[in-house]
Each structure stands twice: as structure tokens, then as C-alpha cells.
Design a protein around this ligand. Structure first.
Ligand code: ZN
Length: 241
């Protein structure tokens, strides 16, 4: 009796699963599908729509196609110029290089980096920094302070230097030290990570937003080496601290 109920339940669940799979597949593959582009894995990244579970997958294609990356940056309203590749050695280079001065709204101190990092940074500013600043501190952010992307060096750890190259060696990383608000005041990771309740909330929420858009996000919670900045990168590993 019990096994008959089990078989019947399994058959129902299997039918529901097959039906759901058929429905999703047809929505993805039929022409003029009503599925929004942001939820369709066959469509390119839609940088202005809120990130979802498909964003990391679509981001990979956008950052591996220089033209697609530039188009996404333009859609976000970024002000950037394309620079030639900088190749110092096999380990140290900036490929698909751009210089970006304006993200979607906020300025950034002139940043030379890979197009992929510029795209992730601009999406972070658009989807997380500005809405979170408005919701927590009640102001917009006019400028984001960065303290470097390209740096031909090895990884520094809390235990000293390592023999592995940093993602900074290929400009696949950027360090953010603070934010200038629309009122002119400046809040920094160093001073305001443990600042007022609003500042603390802002800092933690933009850090968490970074975790959804970058491969690695490190904040003061990671170690003392990151007490004064957020480290974001698009390397092979994934981590959120
Ligand atoms: Zn860094």
C-alpha cells in the first residue's frame, strides 16, 4: 500500500517536472517569446535590469566579447574611452582596456582597467551603490574613490607575500576606498565601516551587492589588509567576505 502511494506520488512529481521543463524550454526557444530578456538565457546581458540568477552566466559572455562589453557600458550611461591593450609580460597585462571616468551617475577617479571590471563596477554603482545610499543615508553618491586596478604584483595575505599573482596583475580587480556624497561629504571604508547605524548599513549592503556582481568581494570583515577598502575581482575563484 505504502509503495503504491510512493509510486503514484513519484509519477505525479515526475510529470510536473517534465511539464515544467517543456514549458520553460518552449518559452526559451519559441520566436517572440514573452519571456523577458533578463530571464532568457539565450539573450545577452541586460545591464539596466536588476541582477538575477542568470546574471553571472550572461556576464561571462559580455566580458569575453569586447564589443558586447562596450555596448553594455554605453547602455548604463558610462563615460569611457577604449585604450590599446597593455602587455608587460605573460603575467602582467591589461587586455580589452578602457579608461572610465563616469559610471552610470557617479564619477570615478580616472580608472584604467579591463572592460569587464568597468562593467561590473558600473552595474554595482547603478544597482547597489545609488539605491542603497538613497535608502540608508538619504543622499546619492557623486564620486566613488578607487585606489587602483592594475598592479603587477603577487597576492598579499595576512601571513605575508605569496608566490601567486594577484588579479590586480591583469587589472581583473579594483579597490574602492570610499564615496563622496551629493552634499560633498565623504565616507570611507576605513572610517565609516563602523560609523553611524546608517553608514554601517550602507557599507554592508553595498558589500553584499558586490558579492552578486563580482567573483570575489573582500571587505574589512575579511582581514586587516582590507580595513580601508573593498577589493572586487573577476578571477577564477568565488568568495564573499
Ligand atoms: Zn585589491
Amino acid at each position: 500500500m505504502v509503495s503504491r502511494i510512493f509510486i503514484r506520488t513519484s509519477a505525479i512529481l515526475l510529470s510536473v517536472l517534465v511539464g515544467f521543463t517543456v514549458l520553460i524550454s518552449s518559452l526559451i526557444f519559441i520566436p517572440n517569446t514573452p519571456l523577458p530578456d533578463a530571464w532568457n538565457p539565450r539573450k545577452p546581458l541586460t545591464p539596466l535590469t536588476a541582477p538575477n540568477f542568470l546574471t553571472p552566466y550572461k556576464m561571462r559572455f559580455a566580458i569575453n566579447d569586447f564589443g558586447a562589453c562596450q555596448r553594455a557600458l554605453t547602455q548604463l550611461g558610462a563615460n569611457f574611452i577604449v585604450l590599446p591593450d597593455k602587455v608587460v609580460s605573460d603575467q602582467c597585462h591589461i587586455r580589452d582596456q578602457v579608461q572610465i571616468k563616469n559610471l552610470s551617475h557617479a564619477r570615478v577617479s580616472a580608472l584604467k582597467t579591463t572592460c569587464g571590471m568597468a562593467l561590473r563596477l558600473t552595474m554595482w554603482e547603478y544597482h547597489h551603490v545609488q539605491p542603497t545610499a538613497k535608502a540608508t543615508i538619504g543622499k546619492l553618491v557623486n564620486k566613488i574613490d578607487q585606489i587602483g586596478s592594475y598592479n603587477c604584483r603577487e597576492i598579499r595575505s595576512a601571513n605575508g607575500p605569496t608566490d601567486r599573482m594577484s588579479e590586480h596583475a591583469t587589472a581583473n580587480a579594483v579597490d574602492i576606498s570610499g564615496f563622496q556624497l551629493s552634499t560633498g561629504e565623504r565616507i570611507s571604508v576605513l572610517k565609516n565601516w563602523n560609523g553611524t547605524a546608517d553608514e554601517r548599513q550602507f557599507m554592508r549592503r553595498v558589500r553584499d551587492g558586490g558579492c552578486g556582481l563580482f567573483r570575489i568581494t573582500l571587505s574589512p570583515e575579511y582581514n586587516d589588509l582590507h580595513a580601508d577598502h573593498f577589493h572586487f575581482d573577476q578571477g577564477r575563484w568565488s568568495s564573499c567576505n
